[in-house]
Design a protein around this ligand. Sequence first.
Ligand code: HEC
Ligand code: HEC
Ligand code: HEC
Ligand code: HEC
Ligand code: HEC
Length: 256
Amino acid sequence: MARLFSPVANTIARASLVAAVAIPVGAIVMGSVISRSPANTNVGIAVDQPVPFSHAHHATELGIDCRYCHTSVTKSSSAGMPSTETCMSCHSQIWTDSPLLEPVRKSWAEGKPIEFAAKNDVGWVKVAKVPEFVYFNHSIHIARGISCNECHGNIQEQHMTAKSKPFFMKWCLDCHRKPERVLYTDEQQPELTPQEKVFAFYRKIQEGSRLSAREMALKKGRDYQPTAEELRKGRELVQKMDIQVKTLSDCYICHR
Ligand code: HEC
Ligand code: HEC
Ligand code: HEC
Ligand code: HEC
Ligand code: HEC
């Protein structure tokens, strides 16, 4: 129990205890905590980046696999951001005089991270994040075949990356209570492992293959209402994968 919450969370938890006792004052405290939370802001707004990187060009038109750039997404808690070297594996040969790529070439020449001249800072600006006191892990979700788009929206269509979902606690919990809503098998390629299915989805989009109604919704980043039959299959997958739905919304799962 000792490290259940980080100091930040403790402060917030204390604030919520205050709220429970002194509701009028507490409500204001909680209100300000929630509105300042990164989860509540910037949904759908494209973020200014040091280089205008396009997922539509690279992931969909060129068909580069997500794992080529987000190398740790199936192996660890964080997805990982591409290094300058990853960009230069192509851009030392193509589009070599594009002015847009100047920060990448400079970074490569000087052996320093990509500089964000306009912001006097270095590196890519993160759009999707949860507060420090929340534990999140990519590899666990990908291993269960949960699509990147379930959480990041229509990323493969975006020219400038924007956050698509507010990462509220309720949003995590809604799925943790009913994972059967999002678990599915690709009926055209049932032999794929759940993890392979996540990445095969983008190849289908690139090749223009037929998509199921669920996949169409995922492609567009829209919410989807599974049919009764899909829910039944989802429940089967929950059992088959031995997902412990009863404990999946316990506090310690995400606040350890
Ligand atoms: C596998 C090869 C490959 C990799 C890796 C790659 N790119 Fe590209 N990139 C291309 C190609 C090909 C184009 C031209 C695409 C087009 O216009 O259809 C391009 C275009 C671009 C453009 C537009 C240039 C212009 O003047 O319009 C930018 C900016 C860019 N890439 C940034 C990056 C960054 C940043 C990285 C690393 C995170 C990266 N690319 C990694 C192949 C690659
Ligand atoms: C060629 C390299 C490359 C490929 C391929 C690529 N990405 Fe990215 N991705 C980046 C770069 C660079 C950024 C940071 C700039 C930005 O946000 O657009 C990024 C940012 C993201 C973000 C936002 C993270 C954040 O919080 O800022 C998500 C989500 C993401 N990528 C998902 C994907 C998915 C899903 C795929 C496969 C369909 C994919 N990426 C393929 C290079 C790549
Ligand atoms: C269950 C929801 C969920 C799924 C599925 C998911 N992500 Fe994320 N992603 C998140 C959350 C939450 C964060 C913010 C994590 C943080 O702040 O520590 C994030 C952050 C990121 C980032 C920013 C860098 C980082 O690691 O924090 C990238 C890049 C990214 N995701 C790519 C992907 C890719 C690629 C996939 C699919 C292969 C994917 N994500 C699937 C929820 C998800
Ligand atoms: C779209 C559905 C979905 C969303 C959204 C989602 N999760 Fe999950 N998450 C799952 C499933 C399914 C599992 C169970 C994996 C298992 O048991 O193997 C899981 C497992 C986890 C685990 C590992 C549990 C363990 O047993 O160790 C953590 C931690 C976690 N999620 C955190 C989060 C957080 C934090 C968020 C919100 C930012 C989130 N998840 C959003 C579906 C989701
Ligand atoms: C599936 C993941 C998950 C579980 C389980 C979970 N939380 Fe959270 N919690 C989060 C996320 C994500 C946030 C950050 C939300 C934000 O930034 O607005 C959060 C934020 C909080 C906060 C800060 C105030 C707020 O609402 O933003 C408190 C306090 C908290 N959680 C308490 C709990 C308690 C108590 C439990 C058990 C009953 C619990 N959490 C279970 C994901 C989870």
